[in-house]
Design a protein. Sequence first.
Length: 238
Amino acid sequence: MVEIPYYLKAKLALVGINSILQLHRANYLKVYKWLKDIYPSLNHNALFDLYCLSNNLAINNLSPNSKQQILFQFKNTLPTYIPLDCEVISCGLSKAQEQADIAARSDEVPIGAVVYHNDEIISVGYNQTITKCNIMGHAEIIAISNAQSVLGNYRLTDCDLYVTVEPCLMCSGAIISSRIRRVIFGAIEPKTGAVISQFRVFDNSKVNHTTEAIGPINNELYSAKIQQFFQQKRADLD
């Protein structure tokens, strides 16, 4: 039976992989990317070993052609980072929802966003298109702009953006251009969502930077917040 090599055991444990079954379920390409985040100097031999382990093959027995195919798959895999803890995601979206609630009190569509850098919130944003009389006043755009000012850099490569609702095409473009690492969203936006609903802009590996998209996390909860807002708006008109 194939066993995890000693040099990989401790490294895999850091990303929550403690068995070959867990490795198989996680996908060896993603796991290698996670390890590269922690160990940038990790060479491709580890990738080949992970492939063998995942496919129950003897290690150090791959042909040069097989190695080339594995490298090709790796280079064409969308970016993925070390998985976030569920509590971290829940906390981030809760903070974004606090911003959405501010928008609702301002009679704006209740969407909120926060940007994290090194596990700390560095900026926030909520919808202000009506208040600012500016279609660019989306929660994501405001949060990104604020984060760039805080860091003094237009590139947010080590930042994660949490937003209550799936970003639109405009905001998704800004997310990619600002090189945000991850975008985590609470609910889908069936009409204008550009992550999975109407477009899949983050699935393009040919752009200069690709952001990892995670969501919807709790579609029922965050969709309900939007629905309640519009139900109240309609009731006010009756």
